[in-house]
Design a protein around this ligand. Structure first.
Ligand SMILES: [Zn+2]
Ligand SMILES: [Zn+2]
Length: 344
């Protein structure tokens, strides 16, 4: 099969690779749509992603949907031909956290297309992927592969909203209008937040958020920002999602939070980022981490099917499989939410 193999920084090559063979309880999925994530861009730009340094060349990508074309054992033969989205989490299934249902925290987690393990695990920027059968969520009729490839980041956003303890009837601030921030906007709106405000330095992110139903947007570089925020939420925001992964955004998130508010950290901050500890103390903030996701994949499918959220505007552009390089270039540029590749 053909696969995109990352050899180092700025060195991704379309190569002939052996088609993987499914084992027991596994299926072979023909990849039909795959999304490019910020972490893929990090690996591509630097040859690594934070502390995750690949020990050998590997195939990137973890957001995907496709069709089951073969099964590793007879019990799953009936799945052949099924259109599915694949949950890229492969936890051990045996440890305490797995048994508690918090498998996103499994210390032995293997994620598709990630160098968090040695050797790195191959991902979905390939013609075929082997996946555990139980990771494959069937897509309802009319549910496009491209939407299926959005389920992983949508699940990250949905997990963050769950971690907040609920947004219904509450004022919500999202710092960072990237993919996850915009998805949290859609979900918080669907879940009945009284107002959802998105803060981002980029005009594109702000106008996109307004098109997606944000109550208002803030430009953190605008000297009037604090006054505008005070007008929108005089006592501060009751739930704040920090989705920018920037220290200044965290400072803003704490600064605009209400007394007793919940602040959810979903963006990856640089090591050593300062946390405004005295605001946390005196406002009795609940500062909560949200890492990947657990148990929400199929719920997101239902939210899309029911029409509660419309994911279509999130896909900025789609490229043919043969043009991953161009797709990465597009995804690296400004003014994009999600860039995908598609295969026939
Ligand atoms: Zn991702
Ligand atoms: Zn585990």
């Amino acid at each position: 099969m053909q696969a995109y193999v990352l050899h180092g920084a700025e060195d991704i090559r379309l190569e002939q690779a052996p088609r993987p063979v499914p084992g027991p309880e596994e299926v072979l999925v023909k990849v039909r749509a795959a999304g490019i994530c910020g972490s893929d861009l990090h690996y591509h730009a630097h040859g690594r992603c934070g502390n995750f340094i690949p020990t050998r060349p590997f195939i990137l990508g973890h957001e995907f949907a496709g069709e089951i074309v073969a099964s590793g054992d007879e019990s799953n033969e009936g799945l052949v031909g099924t259109r599915v989205a694949v949950d890229p989490s492969r936890p051990c299934g045996r440890c305490k956290l797995c048994r508690q249902g918090r498998y996103n925290l499994c210390p032995d987690m293997v994620y598709f297309g990630s160098a968090s393990v040695v050797p790195p695990s191959d991902g979905c920027f390939a013609e075929y992927v082997v996946a555990p059968a139980r990771n494959c969520a069937p897509l309802p009729d009319g549910f496009e592969f491209a939407w299926g490839a959005l389920l992983e980041p949508m699940s990250v956003a949905a997990h963050a909203v769950q971690r907040s303890g609920g947004v219904s009837g509450k004022s919500v601030l999202i710092t960072g209008g990237g993919t996850i921030g915009q998805m949290i906007l859609l979900l918080a709106t669907a879940f009945g937040a009284s107002k959802v405000v998105v803060s981002d330095v980029k005009p594109f992110a702000r106008s996109f958020a307004e098109e997606q139903g944000a109550t208002a947007t803030l430009d953190p570089t605008d000297p009037d920002c604090a006054a505008q925020a005070a007008e929108l939420a005089p006592d501060g925001f009751e739930v704040v999602f920090e989705a920018a992964g920037v220290g200044a955004a965290l400072t803003q998130a704490f600064g605009l939070s209400a007394r007793g508010a919940t602040v959810v950290q979903v963006g990856t901050l640089p090591d050593g980022t300062e946390i405004p500890a005295n605001a946390l103390l005196t406002r009795e903030l609940d500062y909560i981490g949200s890492w990947r996701f657990a148990n929400v994949f199929e719920r997101v499918i239902e939210l899309v099917v029911s029409g509660r959220i419309d994911v279509r505007p999130l896909i900025t552009r789609s490229f043919p499989f043969t043009q991953l390089q161009d797709a990465i270039g597009e995804a690296t540029g400004a003014d994009v939410i999600k860039v995908q590749i598609e295969n026939t």
